[in-house]
Design a protein around this ligand. Structure first.
Ligand SMILES: [Zn+2]
Length: 118
């Protein structure tokens, strides 16, 4: 796994990366129930320094839009809200995989298609 520079995500400049962060959340929620702190550590592993003030609203928003479903749970003695992916979330993840593959292809193309004719 390539490590990248960890940067704070809350600045406006980095709004660009919110979509990628949401996709990371869907990937992990499709494999196991997740909770905020574990997801924050995982995102840091991917190079995103995202605080609770940014991540929790993002998780709540994803639940409101039907991609995740949360239930109260525990991690050892700690109460944790656990998030699981929904069928709509799985569908969105499948589509995101296609779109990321397409973007990846274009990012690495030596001669991407010209679009302006200039
Ligand atoms: Zn990950």
């Amino acid at each position: 796994m390539k490590r990248c520079i960890v940067f704070p995500v809350q600045s406006q400049r980095h709004v660009l990366f919110y979509g990628l962060i949401r996709i990371h959340v869907l990937v992990h929620a499709s494999r196991e129930p997740i909770f905020g702190l574990a997801m924050m550590k995982e995102l840091a592993h991917h190079g995103y320094r995202i605080g609770p003030g940014t991540l929790y609203p993002l998780l709540h928003g994803m639940e409101r839009s039907g991609l995740l479903k949360s239930i109260p749970g525990r991690e050892g003695a700690r109460a944790r809200r656990l998030y699981r992916i929904t069928p709509a979330g799985l569908k969105a993840l499948k589509k995101a995989r296609e779109k990321v593959d397409e973007l990846h292809h274009e990012l690495h193309q030596a001669h991407p298609r010209r679009i302006s004719g200039l």
